[in-house]
Design a binder for this molecule. Structure first.
Ligand SMILES: CC(C)(COP(=O)(O)OP(=O)(O)OC[C@H]1O[C@@H](n2cnc3c(N)ncnc32)[C@H](O)[C@@H]1OP(=O)(O)O)[C@@H](O)C(=O)NCCC(=O)NCCS
Length: 141
């Protein structure tokens, strides 16, 4: 049994495990806690385990994808795409016409993933991650 649903406090430990395995500078748990209650903070649950999450910021002029990650053992099964499509649906429901995001310039797989979903490169943001530039991308929805 698998489902996508809004994140709850009990999910944070599982999310942090995925985060630590997915990013060179992982978010600490309090940043996830601060996003509880945001309808764009969603998890993918598989047999009661959290195997992926995404956070869409719905409080800015544009909907902004703050983060998305899937547990390494569960990648390449469509879960990331499922989460991203859910975020796009949430943005539409909130009346947004565009989603923006930043991805590390060195994260070519991440950029390819977004391009496959129609995102286009907008600009390079030098030093966005201090030790790495960001590619800012957008999707008109
Ligand atoms: C980017 C990320 C979220 C993608 O998650 P995912 O669950 O692997 O995504 P999907 O499975 O939907 O798609 C990934 C690939 O698997 C392929 N795929 C999907 N379902 C498949 C299946 N059943 N069989 C074979 N391949 C499949 C997709 O076509 C895609 O192929 P591509 O890499 O050639 O484009 C994941 O790799 C991740 O967590 N990376 C680390 C964090 C990160 O970089 N986040 C994004 C930048 S912030």
């Amino acid at each position: 049994m698998h489902l996508i649903r809004e994140a709850q406090e009990k999910d944070i430990a599982g999310i942090v495990i995925i985060e630590d395995m997915s990013f060179p500078v992982p978010w600490p748990d309090f940043l996830f806690m601060a996003n509880l209650g945001n309808p764009g903070f969603i998890v993918y649950e598989d047999k009661k385990n959290i195997v992926g999450y995404a956070i869409l910021g719905t409080f800015m002029d544009n909907a902004h994808l703050l983060s998305i990650a899937v547990h390494p053992e569960h990648r390449k099964h469509g879960i990331g795409s499922f989460l991203l499509k859910a975020c796009i649906g949430i943005a539409r429901c909130h009346g947004y016409e565009c989603i923006t995001l930043e991805v590390r310039e060195k994260n070519l797989k991440g950029q390819k993933f977004y391009q496959a979903h129609g995102f286009k490169e907008q600009e390079i943001v030098p030093g966005y991650y201090l030790e790495d530039n960001a590619v800012r991308m957008y999707l008109k929805i």
